[in-house]
Each structure stands twice: as structure tokens, then as C-alpha cells.
Design a protein around this ligand. Structure first.
Ligand SMILES: [Zn+2]
Ligand SMILES: [Zn+2]
Ligand SMILES: [Zn+2]
Length: 436
């Protein structure tokens, strides 16, 4: 009699694989698979499938297996972007891979003086805060760089807009219009009407991560149309190397201030996402999308974007890496957190390029020292900061400031750091794109 075999779902397989790897950190794929099939005798799982799942969790890499993982702890995983050209932004820093737990970061290559500009960076994609997004839709700020639009003669409308398919957005210059061609066509109501319900849904739910994923997907799909294959290759390296924490993994932690949607909302969003970029609902919409997407994404990228599980991971990837005002910045996304950071992120170019960030040294930084920014409001006390970070599974912050305040708190003190420095930092976090 033939035995009944079942194929476990990705979710089941993922959970089992993570726990087995945690118990047997030195095991490779083959031994893990043997163990897995021994414990789940009815399962059929190919070595390739298991390997893919372990890789996507960052538990093994392509060349060699990680020697160990800290079991039972879930934290964001990230990879290095191969051949990322840092010099494009700055000759003062380099990328360093610390370890599995901490991932990557940036360190100073030479001494950086307090107040010095370390680099400036335009966003890879921008999903601006909703206030600004609304202003884009009212054509009051540039649809590409979010700079406020005055009466300048340089301003241009979306050229695809017609009286029957009206796209309301405007760009501050032809340069912005041309740069926006990397993403706008597929998020333009006139050019890809199938994207409108997705963006409206993101707006209604105040879901920046979903909007960011729509922007990223548009960029990748449009890259694939170019004759220059490197565009897609390079962009995909950047996206797939971003630190990631799946939505399900995050759901196991604390919700981020109650602002994250629930599972039925994820499902609905996924449907709209597929309609927007993969298979639109109506033949008319399909025809419009097909006008842009003549070449499909390579299967490995398609498979890493559109299945539900991957979609959730994509959302987690966006939420985790967006800068406070909604931009996703390639080099900035390498920075780790410290509650008393040595680098601040500023939006200086408010009149010409609002979405551009400038990274400034807050104090002297020595060669080899890691550059750090704060992910949370530094004005909160140690418990508040750790709670916020905990919601993102960053683990308990053990920075110098946290350890000191922990001691003071235990000793019954106030642990207050409300000095001039902290006030400045607080102001800076609120300043910038439209928030004051
Ligand atoms: Zn602009
Ligand atoms: Zn448009
Ligand atoms: Zn800390």
C-alpha cells in the first residue's frame, strides 16, 4: 500500500525549518531535511525548497552555512548589497557586516568632524507622508520630489493625463518628470488605472508600507522593460538586501502603536496588489498595463514579489526601512540604531529637493567607529524606547545610554536625559517634510 504523502504549506515548512535549524545550528540543508522528514514522515519536501526557505530566512547563505543562530529569537535579517558603489555617496564611510544578529552597518573610514556633512542621498523610492501625498494629488507639491510648487514656468503636468483619463499630478521641473518615469507610469491613474484601487486602499488605511511596496514594484517592473539589464539587477539587489521581518513575525511581537492593519486587511491588500501589477481585473485595464509591461519580470523576482507570503515580507521590508518621512534610501537603510546617535538625518533642501536627506555628524567620529541614527523618539525614557524598538523585534536596546538609564532607574532615579542635545534631536525628528 502506498503511503499518503502531503506537501506542507510554506508557512508550516518555514516554522518547522526555523525551529529545527535553531535546535541544530550546525546542520546543513541535507541533514536538516533528513531530520525534518523523520519527524514529519508524511511530508514531501525537496531539498531545493527547504534550501530556498532557509535562505529567505537568512539561516543559510549561498556560499556557506551560518555557524549558529540564536534560537527562539526572531529579529530582522539583512544581507549585504553585492558590489554596492558607496563612493557614489561618500568616501568617508564603508559597509561592514557585523554578524547574523546585528547584520550590516556603516563605519567611518576616516575621522569625521562634528557638524560635517557625511553624505546626501535622494530616495530609491518615496512614499511620502500622507499629508504630502494628498498635496501631490492636489498638484500642490511635486509628484516626484515633493517640493512645494509655486507658479514657476518650469512646472509640468503629467503628460499622460487626458480629459477622460485624468491624472492630477504635476512635477516641479522636466528633470523630476523624467526621473519619475522610473515609477510613475505604473502608479498613474491615466496610464495604469488598475493601480488606483491599491493606492486608494493604502491611503484609506494610512498604510505607508503598502504605498512604498507599490512604488518599489513599479520601479522593478519598469526596470525590466529597459534594454539595460543592469538596471533591474542593481535595483533588485538593493531591494532584496534590505533588512526584513515578515508581517507574521512582527505580529508575534507587539503591534506598532496599533497602527498596523490586521490579517483580513493584508489579504485584501494582496488582492489589490496583484490586480495593480500582475493581473488587472478587466480586459481594458490589462491592456493598459500590458502597454508598459511587455517583458515579464524574471521568474525568481516575480516569485519573490507576488505570492502572499512574499508580499507580506515585502511589506515588512518596506516598513522596517522607510525613513521617518516615507523615503527609502539605499545607503541610509544600512544605518543601525543607537539612543544617543552620532549621526542625524536632515531634510535641508526644502526648496529644491525636499525628499533629499543630508547625513550630518552630531559629534566627532573616529575611524572605524560605527555610524548610528535613532529609530525612535529619543525623548522617551528607556522603557518607552525599548518598547518601540521591541515592536520591531530589534531586541532590547543595550546602547550605552540605555544601560546607564537602566541603572539610574533601578536606583530609583529619574533617568532623565532632557538636555539641550536631546531637545535638538527631538526637533530634528519632527522637522523636515511637512511636520513641525
Ligand atoms: Zn520635483
Ligand atoms: Zn500620471
Ligand atoms: Zn538604547
Amino acid at each position: 500500500m502506498a503511503s499518503n504523502t502531503v506537501t506542507p504549506s510554506d508557512e508550516e515548512l518555514r516554522a518547522t525549518a526555523i525551529s529545527l535549524k535553531g535546535d541544530n545550528p550546525s546542520f546543513g540543508v541535507a541533514r536538516l531535511r533528513a531530520l525534518l522528514l523523520q519527524e514529519n514522515s508524511s511530508w514531501t519536501v525537496s531539498e531545493g525548497r527547504l534550501k530556498k526557505i532557509l535562505q529567505s530566512e537568512g539561516l543559510i547563505n549561498n556560499q556557506q552555512q551560518q555557524s549558529s543562530i540564536q534560537s527562539a529569537e526572531i529579529y530582522p535579517s539583512s544581507r549585504l548589497v553585492e558590489d554596492l558603489d558607496i563612493e557614489r555617496w561618500s568616501s568617508l564611510v564603508e559597509v561592514k557586516y557585523f554578524d547574523k544578529r546585528k547584520g550590516k552597518g556603516l563605519v567611518a573610514k576616516e575621522k569625521i568632524a562634528s557638524g560635517e556633512t557625511i553624505w546626501k542621498e535622494d530616495p530609491f523610492i518615496l512614499a511620502p507622508e500622507w499629508e504630502l501625498y494628498d498635496m501631490q494629488q492636489l498638484s500642490r507639491v511635486c509628484a516626484h520630489c515633493t517640493t512645494p510648487l509655486g507658479e514657476s514656468a518650469l512646472i509640468v503636468r503629467c503628460p499622460a493625463s487626458t480629459s477622460t483619463a485624468y491624472c492630477p499630478v504635476r512635477f516641479c521641473t522636466r528633470l523630476c518628470l523624467s526621473r519619475a518615469q522610473r515609477t510613475h507610469p505604473l502608479n498613474c491613474i491615466a496610464q495604469n488605472p488598475a493601480s488606483a484601487p491599491l493606492l486608494a486602499f493604502a491611503r484609506k488605511n494610512n498604510w505607508l508600507g503598502l504605498h512604498a511596496l507599490a512604488q518599489c514594484t513599479a520601479r522593478l517592473l519598469l526596470d525590466a522593460q529597459s534594454d539595460d539589464q543592469r538596471l533591474l539587477e542593481d535595483d533588485w539587489k538593493i531591494v532584496s538586501s534590505l533588512a526584513v521581518l515578515g508581517m507574521e513575525e512582527r505580529a508575534k511581537g507587539i503591534w506598532f502603536g496599533g497602527s498596523e492593519p490586521d490579517r483580513p486587511t493584508w489579504k485584501k491588500a494582496h488582492k489589490l496588489y496583484l490586480h495593480a501589477f500582475d493581473v488587472p481585473m478587466t480586459p481594458a485595464e490589462q491592456k493598459k498595463l500590458a502597454r508598459f509591461v511587455k517583458k515579464q519580470l524574471p521568474p525568481h523576482i516575480h516569485q519573490a514579489l507576488f505570492p502572499y507570503e512574499e508580499f507580506l515580507r515585502g511589506l515588512g521590508r518596506m516598513s522596517l526601512n522607510l525613513e521617518g518621512h516615507g523615503g527609502l534610501y539605499t545607503l541610509h537603510s544600512h544605518l543601525n540604531h543607537d539612543c544617543d546617535p552620532n549621526v542625524s538625518v536632515r531634510h535641508f533642501d526644502q526648496r529644491t529637493a525636499l525628499s533629499r536627506i543630508t547625513l550630518v555628524a552630531r559629534r566627532d567620529i573616529e575611524p572605524g567607529e560605527e555610524l548610528m541614527v535613532t529609530y525612535v523618539d529619543p525623548n522617551m525614557n528607556v522603557r518607552g524606547r525599548r518598547n518601540k524598538l521591541g515592536a520591531w523585534n530589534f531586541g532590547t536596546c543595550k546602547c550605552k545610554r540605555c544601560l546607564e538609564e537602566e541603572k539610574t532607574e533601578k536606583a530609583g532615579g529619574q533617568g532623565s536625559m532632557k538636555d539641550k542635545d536631546m531637545e535638538d534631536l527631538e526637533k530634528e525628528l519632527k522637522a523636515g517634510l511637512g511636520v513641525s
